[in-house]
Design a protein around this ligand. Structure first.
Ligand code: SF4
Length: 360
């Protein structure tokens, strides 16, 4: 506790407004650095309502660092399926192992050691250390940037140069010296629920009194818009193998869902027809010639800036099952990443017909 500094008036108003359990987040008030870390990693680019059931599942399946570290990666990723950005799930597992090896299965208190964990950046370090240990570190994410840019009427891109530096300065000036965790969570809540991107609810805002953007009458004009990343449209083929009424999955080796077992994925751009693209990809992966059973309905799937148009194809696996392959039942598709699940679901009618043929 720091008794030498008086809190900034902004923070005093923020904390009077803050209600920790207003949004039903089970990790709020849990006081456990492990649970706080899980929530912060899961919340990266994911909505709270989506995260809540995953957080409960992880706390149930892996109640502490050692149990997460001792689980096999495949199980962790299966539990992660549906949350997206699989590297986060993989990093969670690697970080748990590192804490077992280097920190005696305890969550480190030193921000530098927290920052050194796989998948933990500056924002996550500040969030975990301030909430779990009361470290005086201000969080800065898109929500905080928006609140500060508006309150101070800062021009320029909040992610670059002078504007970025000024946002960091202000966030530190505002930070409550005795309740940094609550202050940070109040800032996040304010940006998420009141100072929203399109229609900020200035009438409900605890810091409206001296907000320069509100006084200017056009709060939505800040932060200044940045150029939008263009969405790239891509055509892909997703070739799943049927083998003895099972689905055979191979290790991923494309830029999509790399290292995650699944169908063979192949780009089919320009004039290349599906069969030719598949023949080329099979040759590239030494899989022989594709034995195509049939085609499912095309579907769309978006991954970050890529909008995929996917043609699912059911192939028959010929020969012995390779060591690196995995066999699953078609009904187990819920454990697959959404892209693979959609392909499998679009191939189910063909799979049903295939199984009936096998039974005759
Ligand atoms: S007064 Fe309006 S624009 Fe200013 S911080 Fe509050 S909600 Fe955002």
């Amino acid at each position: 506790m720091n008794t030498s500094e008086a809190p900034n008036p902004i923070s005093t108003r923020l904390l009077q407004w803050y209600t920790p359990d207003a949004h039903g987040m089970p990790w709020r008030g849990c006081g456990d650095p492990y649970g706080i870390w899980l929530s912060e990693v899961m919340l990266q680019q994911t909505q709270i309502s989506t995260v809540i059931p995953y957080w409960n599942k992880f706390m149930d399946h892996y109640p502490d660092i050692a149990q997460l570290a001792n689980a096999d990666e495949e199980s962790v990723l299966e539990d992660w399926a549906g949350l997206g950005y699989y590297s986060r799930g993989r990093n969670l597992h690697r970080a748990a192992k590192k804490m077992v090896e280097e920190h005696r299965s305890q969550f480190p208190r030193d921000p530098e050691k927290v920052r050194a964990l796989p998948g933990v950046g500056e924002y996550t370090t500040a969030a975990i250390c301030s909430i779990a240990f009361g470290s005086e570190l201000a969080v800065v994410d898109g929500n905080v940037e928006r609140v500060i840019c508006r309150h101070q009427k800062l021009s320029g891109d909040p992610k670059r140069g002078e504007t970025k530096l000024r946002i960091r300065e202000v966030s530190t000036e505002w930070l409550h010296p005795d309740r940094p965790g609550d202050h940070n969570q109040a800032m996040m809540d304010l940006g998420r629920t009141v100072c929203t991107p399109r229609n900020p609810k200035c009438d409900e805002c605890p810091i409206a009194e001296d907000c320069q953007a509100r006084i200017a009458g056009e709060p939505h004009r800040w932060p200044q818009p940045k150029k939008r990343r263009t969405v790239e449209k891509q055509q892909w083929i997703s070739a799943l193998f049927s083998w003895n009424e099972k689905i055979l999955l191979l290790p991923g080796n494309t830029e999509l869902l790399k290292n995650h077992p699944g169908p063979v994925l192949a780009r089919s751009e320009g004039d290349l027809d599906t069969e030719t693209a598949l023949i080329e990809e099979f040759a590239r992966r030494n899989l022989g010639t594709p034995v195509i059973i049939g085609f499912g309905d095309r579907f769309r799937h978006t991954i970050t800036h890529r909008q995929l148009d996917v043609q699912p194809v059911l192939c028959s696996w010929q020969g012995p099952v390779p060591d690196e392959a995995r066999l699953i039942d078609a009904e187990a598709s819920s454990k697959l990443p959404v892209l693979h699940r959609k392909a499998l679901q679009n191939l189910l009618p063909l799979l049903g017909a295939e199984c009936e043929k096998d039974e005759k």
